[in-house]
Design a protein around this ligand. Structure first.
Ligand code: F0G
Length: 476
């Protein structure tokens, strides 16, 4: 009798449409309101570079989703178990076990963040004059490859360069181009092939499992190692579940396991889908390369069972990486980005479609047609969002990518402003505020000035470059 009642209730279960934040708030951090005059002063003092603005002067910080998320109570509890032994800490073994359940590689090497894993891998594997193809290299990945005097090559499918294209996997690599590059450069000149999931620099767009299978097949055919830049692997797995035929009944964990079974290793910034404030790792199968990597790790990061991290960081990562694959969390995460995207599209603001995983990317070239790429429209729009509403975003355009290795400047393929959402940190009312500010900025867009670089280092100039606004409508 009891059983019958239960099954009746389950079959009549009402499915509510509202997707809620699947957590309640246990600790809060106040955020500071400022006036437009105060922000104008702060921006001027920062040489018109949002990276130089003090975080206390920012209301909603969408600069990055990297290391900026909230930890769960389970992570904080696990951190109390952190064991700080220099060698052989049990925290390391819990970290290794949690990672291996998802990414079953022979060697799992902790690092303090993703770029350290890149540096260690490329130092061990890449030589001068070689070429490393990817869908799109992230800026630190590119810089680490170029530091080895090698070339970082982007082979994104053409749809990936079209902000308005509705291709469901705009992060895919063009397989034909990959084959042509191998043919032209020769297998010996390609130390590894990479793919970035999701494709951060190209709009947070996912890569399909089909595409990953094809890259893997090409790599295996030529015996070239295949590595995944795995920062946002959980979000990418969710997109595969939702958008790719044949995976709707698989769990995000099963999809992630399939992805990594196709590769020879990965670099990971755990500050994204590891759900931690600091941490990363490098995974690989080949023993001889792993040995070189560990030697370099000891020189630069620390002993191989802590790799620059505290024992409690490893504990937080071990719990966080599993939490990132929770379907309720992923549904809320991807839907809250889609919600913002839908509202902005309705307001006529041009964004990269379909919306990606961790961020919204505004097409500044389309929104500010009065500015040329060399007047940095995406930089200009990001600064205006800060001035008008205290929102900090980041330019992904010509300031970030325009400087060529020979010192000349070339317009970046796209002029984007990225609004990246820290994980489990902001609520829907924060998102509604962002929509209101953007709608206002859209109404005054003709008055947004372009920018000029005053001084800049090389490479990665966007972090520290000093700029100044141009006069509106310069004669040139
Ligand atoms: N690869 C990708 C795709 C990334 O997005 C990042 C970092 C890295 C590698 C490097 O990892 O920061 O831990 O050293 N992206 C951050 C961002 C900084 O804002 O997108 P890291």
């Amino acid at each position: 009798m009891h059983l019958e009642i239960r099954s009746l209730t389950e079959s009549n279960q009402v499915k509510f449409k509202t997707i809620i934040e699947p957590f309640r708030i246990k600790t809060i951090q106040p955020i500071r309101q400022t006036t437009e005059a105060e922000r104008s002063e702060a921006l001027k003092n920062a040489s018109y570079n949002l990276f130089q603005v003090h975080a206390d002067d920012v209301l909603i910080d969408l600069l990055t989703d990297s290391g900026t998320g909230a930890l769960s109570d389970q992570q904080w509890s696990a951190m109390m178990r952190g064991d700080e032994s220099y060698a052989g800490s049990p925290s390391y073994f819990r970290f290794e076990k949690a990672v291996r359940e998802i990414m079953d590689f022979a060697h799992i090497i902790p690092t303090h963040q993703g770029r350290a894993a890149e540096n260690i891998l490329f130092t061990s594997l890449v030589g001068p004059g070689q070429v490393v193809p990817s869908n799109t290299h992230f800026d630190t990945t590119r810089a680490n490859i170029e530091a080895m005097k090698a070339t970082a090559l982007d082979l994104l499918i053409p749809d990936g360069h079209q902000p308005s294209s509705q291709h469901l996997f705009k992060g895919n690599m063009c397989i034909k181009s990959l084959e042509q590059v191998i043919e032209k450069e020769g297998v010996k000149n390609i130390p590894l092939i990479m793919v970035t999931i999701t494709n951060n620099s190209g709009g947070g767009q996912p890569v399909s499992l089909e595409n990953i299978k094809q890259i893997s097949a090409v790599a295996r055919h030529h015996k070239i190692p295949f590595f995944i830049d795995a920062c946002r692997f959980a979000e990418n797995s969710w997109f595969i579940k939702k958008r790719e035929h044949g995976y709707q009944d698989c769990s995000p964990l099963e999809i992630a396991q399939k992805i990594f079974s196709l590769a020879d290793g990965c670099t990971m910034s755990a500050k994204k889908d590891g759900m931690v404030n600091i941490g990363g790792f490098l995974c690989l199968n080949q023993d001889s390369v792993a040995e070189r990597c560990r030697t370099h790790l000891i020189q630069t990061e620390g002993f191989p069972t802590y790799g620059g991290l505290a024992g409690y960081d490893l504990e937080a990562l071990a719990v966080g990486i599993k939490e990132s694959l929770d379907p309720h969390y992923l549904e809320y995460r991807i839907q809250s980005i889609a919600y913002l995207g839908e509202r902005l599209t309705k307001a006529g603001i041009p964004i990269v479609l379909p919306t990606g995983g961790h961020a919204i990317y505004i097409d500044a070239l389309q929104m500010l047609p009065h500015l040329k790429p060399t007047q940095y429209p995406a930089w200009a729009l990001a600064n205006q969002l800060y001035l008008s509403g205290g929102i900090r975003s980041v330019e992904i355009g010509t300031v970030m990518f325009g400087l060529q290795p020979d010192g000349t400047e070339k317009a970046a393929p796209m002029e984007l402003v990225r609004l990246a959402f820290p994980r489990r940190t902001y609520t829907q009312s924060h998102v509604d505020y962002v929509i209101e500010v953007l709608t206002h900025v859209d109404s005054i867009k003709d008055q947004i000035p372009g920018y000029q670089i005053i001084s800049t280092p090389r490479p990665l100039r966007h972090f520290t470059a000093n700029l100044k606004p141009l006069k509106l409508n310069p004669a040139a």
